[in-house]
Design a protein around this ligand. Structure first.
Ligand code: FES
Length: 94
């Protein structure tokens, strides 16, 4: 069984597989819209290899981090641009 770490997505604590990327953890939690474009269109991962920048989120207060290039860490706090509401939200693992 895969070990998990606890992270927070828009204030909701979820379990994420150790060693997975932030993008994979968010998608596994049901989040598909990570940010919004200038016109308000929901955006999410496209390339999953650091090129398109569509997967940007705020991690630990630092904006515009490419979630497909960062591995989850215990206690990591991730903020999306309302993705939780747009995509039905991450499930609370409490
Ligand atoms: S999905 Fe393209 S940079 Fe992350």
């Amino acid at each position: 069984m895969t070990k998990t770490v606890e992270i927070a997505v828009d204030g909701v604590r979820i379990a994420a597989g150790e060693g997975t990327t932030v993008a994979a953890a968010l998608m596994n939690a049901g989040v598909v819209a990570f940010r919004t474009s200038r016109t308000g269109t929901p955006r999410g991962p496209l390339c999953a290899m650091g090129i398109c920048h569509e997967c940007r989120v705020t991690i630990g207060g630092v904006p515009h981090r490419r979630s497909c290039m960062i591995t989850v860490a215990p206690g990591m706090e991730i903020e999306t641009a309302g993705a939780a509401e747009n995509a039905g939200g991450a499930e609370n693992n409490d």
